[in-house]
Design a protein around this ligand. Structure first.
Ligand SMILES: [Zn+2]
Length: 392
């Protein structure tokens, strides 16, 4: 599955799941069973012969990313222009959303013949949240850009004279005779993903956190042959950016409900929880812990945290290091500074609720949670190789 194409097509968690499903169903799944819940997907490939010593080998990632969601009643009107009022999802860098070409996509729920039905949509048109000119904000470069998310992030979507309400625009996406009941629509960076750097060594794209990990897992899962006795599992959760406690999230019962009927021992199993990691920023080196500052292109990152914001522990970290060494894959270790709070991911919830030894790892990246992020081609390749070695 082409990486850049996957990034371009997976503009919402629903679209990411659609693309993963299509990839697995077209043969890459090799008889894997698929389980879907909204923007989440779990693929399970059974072993050739399960026995009392069978284990789960699980790779986890998340399909969602920080964004602006269109509110149920979004319509506004100001300065001769119709606007859409968004609600913040997760923690985007607000300023990065300004002056970008913004697409809109998501899912529509409608009534047709007395039943609720759904449809994924991706609008053709581009919206925008314009910057305030420097002449009207004279100190912006000295003081930094401060944005009030309630008042300063309304998106301009059309001029007066056309459609008056956004739901009218959504209505044109419905089948004949259908009536819109609800929607989950978000804005996204419409600029296609592309290679960057003088040697094309980097990737610039929206949604790298965490579609990059979803892609690495899907590629490795597709390439792996079924195991003699172990269940190979690929789990793609939604709602990580808002804490994971949902039906489709890692803290919900989705994975448990899929694994429970299967004859394998949880405690003997292992999970790779894969989410992006902070690379050291060349212009802000002092934001990284000096001895634990992963660099772009330096290999897969092992994430550890003594406050247990990551699931990695001494046993799972040791397993990971051995796997990297045996497979000739470079790795680097991340620890956050004591004077800065540490992020988290899906690993701790899954590890705690299922009792599966888990290691938190990821590709190093810059601009995390910007609308346009950056990672290194080499690290992505290393990640695919690592997950492949894990499934073997
Ligand atoms: Zn993430």
């Amino acid at each position: 599955m082409d990486f850049l194409e996957f990034l371009n097509k997976s503009v919402t968690p629903y679209h990411a799941v659609e693309n993963l499903k299509a990839f697995f169903c077209a043969g890459a799944g090799k008889n894997a069973q698929l389980f879907e819940r909204g923007g989440a997907l779990i693929a399970v490939r059974p072993p050739l012969k399960a026995d009392s010593g069978s284990r789960f080998k699980i790779a986890l990632a998340h399909t969602d990313y920080p964004t602006l969601k269109i509110t149920p009643n979004p319509d506004g009107f100001a300065a001769g222009v119709r606007t859409l009022h968004p609600e913040i999802y997760g923690s985007p860098i607000f300023a990065s959303w300004l002056d970008r070409d913004l697409g809109y996509a998501g899912i529509l729920a409608y009534e047709l013949e007395g039943k609720v039905q759904t449809r994924l949509i991706r609008g053709e048109k581009l919206f925008r949240i314009p910057q305030l000119a420097v002449h009207l904000n004279r100190n912006v470069n000295q003081d930094g850009l401060k944005l009030n998310p309630q008042t300063d992030l309304n998106a301009l979507w059309t001029a007066v004279g056309g459609k008056e309400r956004f739901v009218e625009a959504l209505g044109s996406e419905l089948p004949a005779g259908a009536r819109l009941l609800d929607f989950d629509i978000q804005l996204f960076d419409a600029q296609p993903a592309q290679n960057g750097g003088f040697e094309d060594e980097w990737i610039y794209s929206g949604r790298l956190d965490n579609l990059s990990s979803c892609h690495a897992i899907a590629e490795a899962f597709a390439a792996a042959e079924p195991s003699e006795r172990d269940f190979q599992v690929a789990a793609f959760f939604n709602n990580e950016e808002v804490g994971s406690t949902t039906r489709e999230g890692a803290a919900g019962n989705f994975l448990r409900s899929v694994l429970e009927p299967l004859p394998a021992v949880l405690e003997d199993s292992f999970a790779l929880s894969i989410d992006m990691a902070h690379a050291c920023h060349p212009n802000f080196e002092n934001k990284s812990e000096p001895n634990h500052a992963p660099v772009l292109g330096g290999g897969v990152v092992l994430k550890t945290n003594s406050q247990k914001r990551y699931a990695s522990d001494v046993y799972s970290s040791a397993q990971f290091k051995l796997l990297c060494e045996q497979s000739n894959i470079p790795y680097q270790v991340f620890v956050s500074r004591n004077d800065m709070p540490c992020g988290s991911t899906v690993g701790p919830s899954v590890s705690a609720s299922l009792g599966i030894p888990t290691v938190d790892i990821g590709e190093p990246m810059l601009s995390m949670h910007s609308i346009r992020e950056m990672t290194a081609v080499k690290d992505h390749e290393s990640m695919i190789k690592l997950v492949g070695a894990f499934y073997r």
